[in-house]
Design a protein around this ligand. Structure first.
Ligand SMILES: *Cc1c(COP(=O)(O)O)cnc(C)c1O
Length: 221
């Protein structure tokens, strides 16, 4: 299925007017689809799998800002460290440590979001409030903590989903208030195709949208 150009243009215009960053989630989609959105001006793209990301990165323009939005294993940080723009799903000190190590090796700062667990489902990754506090006590010279990321429950219950996003916004505001030295802490990545409007209503400033732009995926990842 080809990309939805009208959908893209309308969404991009609406988000730009609110200064919300659109990350186009291109996982499982071919390079040609990414190129088509790129030609319309889109620059932020999100991928979940390291191998898929490095394959695509090598074939596409170098001014694409690649967001890694999946669960990153420490032993794979090295493959994306040379070029990744923002790592969304960081949820452990050991991963941060490895990200810092690879940042130093590549002579750059790596930008990260800490992933919070806000959904009811047990299977999702992410930190609780206490773990977040502990992670923020440490600092790594070449890692920049740019904000928080989270995924709400896969549920039709809009009240539940809104409450989960509101909780994430409270965590975000609390970190800003308690850590004024974190000057780069300004990104709140929440909202996907099915729930981005709810996320924006609760204060999201970065949405990760896949199927709405690229069509349904053959398989869900
Ligand atoms: C796949 C994925 C998305 C995009 O999902 P859609 O429902 O297709 O918009 C957003 N965030 C994460 C972390 C994902 O894995």
């Amino acid at each position: 299925m080809a990309i939805n150009i009208l959908q893209y243009s309308a969404l991009k215009t609406a988000l730009d007017s609110k200064q919300i960053t659109l990350v186009a989630v291109s996982k499982t989609k071919p390079v040609a689809d990414i190129r088509a959105l790129y030609d319309l001006g889109q620059r932020d793209f999100g991928e979940n799998y390291v191998q898929e990301l490095i394959d695509k990165q090598a074939q596409l323009p170098t001014d694409i800002r690649w967001h890694f939005i999946g669960h990153l294993q420490s032993n794979k940080v090295k493959y994306i460290a040379p070029f990744v723009h923002l790592i969304h799903g960081v949820d452990s000190a050991s991963l941060l440590k490895e990200i810092n190590k690879q940042a130093i090796k590549n002579n750059r700062t790596l930008h990260c979001l800490l992933q919070m667990h806000i959904a009811q489902e047990e299977t999702k990754f992410g930190l609780d409030e206490q773990e977040l506090g502990l992670l923020l006590q440490q600092s790594y010279e070449q890692v920049s903590i740019d904000g928080l990321m989270g995924m709400a429950s896969f549920s039709n219950d809009t009240n539940l989903v809104s409450q989960e996003f509101a909780q994430l916004k409270r965590y975000f505001d609390a970190v800003k208030a308690q850590h004024p030295a974190l000057t780069s802490f300004h990104t709140l990545s929440m909202g996907m195709s099915g729930d981005y409007q709810l996320a924006i209503a609760q204060g999201s400033n970065m949405v990760r949208i896949g199927s709405l732009l690229f069509g349904q995926r053959e398989y869900q990842q």
